[in-house]
Design a protein around this ligand. Structure first.
Ligand SMILES: Nc1ncnc2c1ncn2[C@@H]1O[C@H](COP(=O)(O)OP(=O)(O)OP(=O)(O)O)[C@@H](O)[C@H]1O
Ligand SMILES: [Mg+2]
Length: 368
């Protein structure tokens, strides 16, 4: 699968762009604030219907304008083409069209055109609260699995209902309602738990393998799934926590408290990993994600590598480039603010590529 053409209008600082891509490697080079990450985010939009950086749709509209449009022409296999058009209007909301036909629900689109993004913002996965890591699991599993996304939506709905009930002074008859809600929470919670657990079990050895390549076997990493449900069935933990939940007026146990433990050499990555080691970990994790998506959905996700070389030493950069130049990866988008470094890297690879200069929201293909 690859993105053949991208058209943007009023997307952040890009007022107008019409780009034709290489099916292999595409590089964007330009100074800070030029608009490189914005292009990456537009590509993310077309797959995930939203910004990769927790921005609202309105924040992606160019200042002073009232709409944006992002349109992509995709080629899937021999003669299957998909045209995806995402538009947002400040007073009219968001629409997403596939080959001219509007989706009823945006969630139907998720998973059609998988992407894997490696971004400097990934460090929040290591440093922020469990929310970030759950968001990571949710985003990845939603791309892989329809049932996951629908169960998640329903779990969150029941959870909100339950928390509302806990906030009211509970009359005895509300106990029955709580029973009903608990039953549903357990049903959807168990589905999510099993899928998260299976995913982390699959991701771990692959991420370890990629980390070993990047670090030349210098260090080992670990990943594990932390969940209240690891030790006890969900129904039981809910029953045990019921009194506490009543006092605290919210649901204190469940998969909405899950987390992922990340370690290097057996110690917490957040505390003991150097910046380059943390970056390498995140890259390995994302590449593992790529491999899992490929094996589950049968085609290669677009690989978006934003500012990928930041924090990595030259050996790791080289190993990384060798790794992603491998045939097993499909279409790749790379950004870098350092033209000298990028030229050096491109000079050393066999792959066909296109190079784009980005300056103040204007993107020009550099002719070889
Ligand atoms: N809604 C918007 N309207 C207009 N400009 C915007 C909007 N949102 C962001 N920008 C501008 O986009 C620019 C940032 O673009 P981007 O993040 O793509 O830069 P970059 O090329 O990736 O830079 P760096 O090398 O620092 O990562 C900033 O100048 C910012 O002000
Ligand atoms: Mg950037």
């Amino acid at each position: 699968m690859y993105l053949q053409k991208l058209t943007l209008v009023n997307f952040k600082n890009i007022s107008q762009a019409d780009l034709a891509f290489s099916r292999k490697l595409n590089c964007f080079v330009g100074g800070n604030g030029a608009g490189k990450t914005n292009i990456i985010d537009a590509i993310h939009y077309l797959s995930m219907c939203k910004s990769a950086f927790n921005l609202t749709d309105g924040q992606s509209v160019m200042h002073g304008c009232d709409f944006f449009v992002a349109e992509g022409q995709y080629v899937l296999g021999e003669d299957r083409r998909e045209n995806i058009c995402c538009g947002f209007r400040r007073n009219g909301g968001k629409t997403l069209k596939r080959n001219g036909k509007e989706y009823e629900k945006l969630s139907e689109h998720i998973g059609l055109l998988p992407v894997v993004l490696v971004s400097p913002a990934d460090t929040s996965l290591i440093h922020e609260s469990g929310d970030e890591r759950r968001r990571y699991l949710n985003t990845l599993l939603s791309q892989l699995d329809r049932e996951y996304l629908s169960s998640l939506i329903r779990y969150n709905h029941v959870l909100a209902e339950r928390n509302r009930l806990l906030k009211q002074a509970i009359p005895p008859e509300a106990g029955e309602l709580l029973e009903v809600l608990d039953e549903q929470l357990v049903r959807f919670g168990n589905i999510l738990y099993e899928k998260r657990k299976a995913l982390i079990e699959k991701l771990t050895p692959v991420a370890e393998k990629y980390y070993a390549v990047l670090s030349d076997d210098r260090e080992t990493i670990g990943l594990s799934y932390k969940s209240d449900l690891n030790d006890m069935p969900f129904g039981e933990t809910l029953r045990n926590a019921r009194e506490r939940d009543r006092v605290l007026q919210h649901t204190t146990t469940g998969i909405h408290r899950d987390d992922i433990r990340m370690s290097i050499g057996g110690h917490a990555l957040r505390k003991y990993g150097s910046q380059g080691q943390q970056k390498s970990f995140l890259v390995a994790l994302r590449l593992a994600q790529f491999e899992i998506i490929f094996s589950e959905c049968g085609y290669k996700p677009l690989l978006l590598l934003d500012d990928i070389f930041d924090k990595l030493d030259m050996q790791r950069v080289e190993r990384l480039i060798r790794l992603v130049s491998d045939q097993r990866f499909g279409q790749i988008f790379i950004t870098d603010s350092n033209k000298v470094r990028l030229d050096l890297i491109l000079g050393n690879i066999e792959r066909e590529y296109k190079l784009f200069n980005v300056e103040n929201g204007t993107i020009r293909e550099e002719q070889a």
